[in-house]
Each structure stands twice: as C-alpha cells, then as structure tokens.
Design a protein around this ligand. Structure first.
Ligand code: UT7
Length: 331
C-alpha cells in the first residue's frame, strides 16, 4: 500500500468589509501613516463590525466558501480544526460553533491556541489525521478577531493588527504532493514579551484587571522583533536544508505577516527574490492565525501543481515553525 499524503485541495478566505486606514488611526492615537508604513509595511486593516459578530462568523464564511468551491456538502466534513487566540467564548470551542453555523453535522473539532503560529500547528495536526487514514476531509481554519483584544489607545499595538480568517481543505492523496515536512517549536519563556495577562486562570477577570487594561494584547515590540527575525529565518532555513531545497527549488515563501522587515529578513536568509514572496500585510495588517491561509487565498490563482511552498511563522508563546508543502492543484 502506498503512503497517504495530506494535500491541500481548496482554499477559502474571508475579510470583513470595514477598512481601517492608517489615516483613521492618525485620528485615534498619536501616530502617522508614514511611521506605520515605514516601520511595518501596513497601510490598512479590516475590522469586523456588528453586534455579536465574532471569530466563528468569519470562520463559518471560510468553511462555506471551501464547500462551495470544492463542490462538497458540509455533512461530508470529518473534522474542523480552528487556530485562534480570539475564540468567541472560553468554551464551547469556536470549532463547535462553526460546525453548527455551517451544518457540518458529521464533523467534530477543536480549537488550537498558538498565536501567530496557530495555522502551522493546526495544519500539521490536520496532516496527521489525514495521513493516519482516519479522515478524508479535514478543514484547517486560522481566524482571529484581533480588534476584540486590542486597546485602541495603545499606538504600539493598535496599528499592527486586523481581523480576518482563512482556511484549507486537506484530503488524502497517494501522489507525492501535499504537506511534505515541518519543524515546529515553542518556548514559553517568551510569555513576558507578548501576552494578555488577565481573563484566564492565572488572573481571572475582575474590576481591577479591567481598570488596568489587562485584557488587551501587551507587546514589547522591539524584543519580539529580535526573536522573530532570528527564529523565523532559522526555522525556514532548517526546513530547506533537511529537504535539500535550494533557493531555486522554492517557488513561494509564505511568511507570517507581522512586519515587512521581518518578512524581508526571512526572504534574504532563504536567498529568495522579492517576487517569490507572498505579501499582503499592506491591506490586512497582522491577522494572527489568519495571515498564512489569507496569503494562500490571495495567491491561489498563481499557484501550480508541484510548486514548492515554504510557510513560516513566529508569534506569542513564543511559538514558531516552518512547513514545506508541494502544491496539489492548478486553480
Ligand atoms: O505577530 C506576532 C509577533 N509580533 C511581531 O512580530 C511584532 C514584532 N515587532 C514589531 O513589528 C515592531 O517592534 C513594532 C512595529 C511593534 C514597533 O516598531 P519598532 O521599530 O520596533 O519601534 P520601537 O518599539 O522600537 O519604537 C520606536 C519609537 C519609540 O519612540 P522613542 O522611544 O524612540 O522616542 C516609540 O514610542 O517609535 C515610537 N512608536 C511610535 N511612533 C509613532 C511606537 N509606536 C508608534 C506609532 N507611531 N504607532
């Protein structure tokens, strides 16, 4: 019997309609379009508006889109994995809610929390469920409503993040395509540089935590930047090396969209020209678990069967990793 590989056979994406520009942020905090553009590469980001609208609503749009594009019914989905740090509620899981909203009545699923590396962690988890032969249709979603955990009085974080969701369908194949290899890492000692302090079991919500604004993202940007530049580039290089991939062999670098300067450092380390790098940070900002599938969604039409893609991410935890995949279809 041939080995089973996990191939991405469809991509979906969703970004809210509301566009928050740098100009709008200039009116809210002490910043400028020029500073944001030169320090991060971001020009605008999307914000999910509307009472009761949450991460699961964006994820449900992604799953519905995947089902329509692939011509399958939601009842055929076996498993939905959702990478997010902004679940609708502590429980039930966002995956539970998405299954309900799309009518995936035969699926089970759960959420996975790994901040900006969440999509990679979930992709590799989904890959294993396919490779084991247990399931035939696994959807991996990366979705975050970052605006729900951002302090719009803090200019160091509010300029970076946006809302959005993307996802992929994994199906088995006996061809030599799909998710080929991965290296995933974590180091919880990074918690002091990037976190949300309250609202969990460590510091349950109280009037004091609200007054201290401890339910918002806290980031020591400069420190995170240093770790991100080194680790994202290192792990991508490690995956290239152990798969004997030269820079010529890599067709696309798909980097987490946190900062254009971090993306550039990773690209340079991998020896790749700018035209081989997927960059959409200028229009969506950092959507945390959403960045990588949103890149695949935006670039889907350009991808060809057999293309070598190198995905790389770094985020809170710290968590980081890189995945090598061979694209499975022509759009
Ligand atoms: O995706 C999860 C992982 N996260 C990341 O990868 C983010 C990594 N970090 C970064 O991308 C960058 O560190 C930031 C974009 C967050 C900040 O850029 P930076 O070049 O590292 O700026 P900085 O924090 O070193 O601040 C430089 C200066 C400071 O002023 P002083 O102390 O030099 O007078 C800040 O107060 O820029 C100031 N500053 C701003 N000025 C205008 C900080 N934020 C702003 C702002 N507008 N929005």
């Amino acid at each position: 019997m041939s080995a089973i590989n996990a191939a991405i056979t469809c991509v979906g994406g969703y970004v809210p309609d509301y566009v928050m520009t740098n100009k709008e942020l200039e009116k809210i905090v002490d910043t400028t379009d020029e500073w944001i553009t030169t320090r991060t590469g971001i020009k605008e980001r999307r914000i999910l508006k509307g009472e009761g609208k949450a991460t699961s609503d964006m994820g449900a749009e992604v799953v519905k889109q995947i089902c329509e594009k692939r011509g399958i019914s939601p009842e055929e989905i076996d498993l939905i994995l959702v990478a997010t740090v902004t679940p609708d509620m502590p429980f039930p899981s966002t995956s539970n809610l998405i299954c309900d909203k799309v009518g995936a009545t035969n699926a089970w699923g759960y959420d996975l929390s790994a901040a900006c590396s969440g999509f990679l962690y979930a992709l590799v988890t989904g890959q294993r469920f396919i490779e084991s032969g247990a399931y035939k249709k696994v959807i991996v979603v990366g979705a975050d409503k970052m605006s729900s955990i951002i302090n719009y009085e803090d200019r160091t974080t509010c300029i970076i993040f946006g809302d959005g969701a993307g996802g992929v369908l994994l199906e088995p194949t006996e061809e030599n395509i799909g998710v080929m290899d991965s290296v995933l890492k974590s180091d919880g000692s990074g918690r002091e540089y990037l976190n949300i302090k309250a609202g969990g079991s460590y510091k349950p919500s109280s009037i004091e935590t609200i007054e201290n604004k401890e339910h918002f993202v806290y980031q020591e940007g400069r420190s995170v930047f240093k770790f991100a530049v080194t680790n994202m580039a290192d792990v991508a290089a490690e995956v290239m090396e152990r798969n004997n991939l030269s820079s010529e062999d890599v067709d696309w670098l798909v980097p987490h969209q946190a900062n254009l300067r971090i993306i550039d450092a990773t690209r340079e380390r991998a020896g790749l020209p700018e035209e081989k790098v997927m960059i959409n940070i200028q229009k969506y900002g950092n959507t945390t678990a959403g960045t990588l599938p949103l890149c695949l969604w935006d670039w889907e039409k350009k991808l060809k069967k057999g293309d070598n893609l190198l995905l790389a991410a770094f985020g809170g935890g710290f968590t980081w990793g890189s995945v090598y995949l061979k694209w499975a279809y022509n759009a």
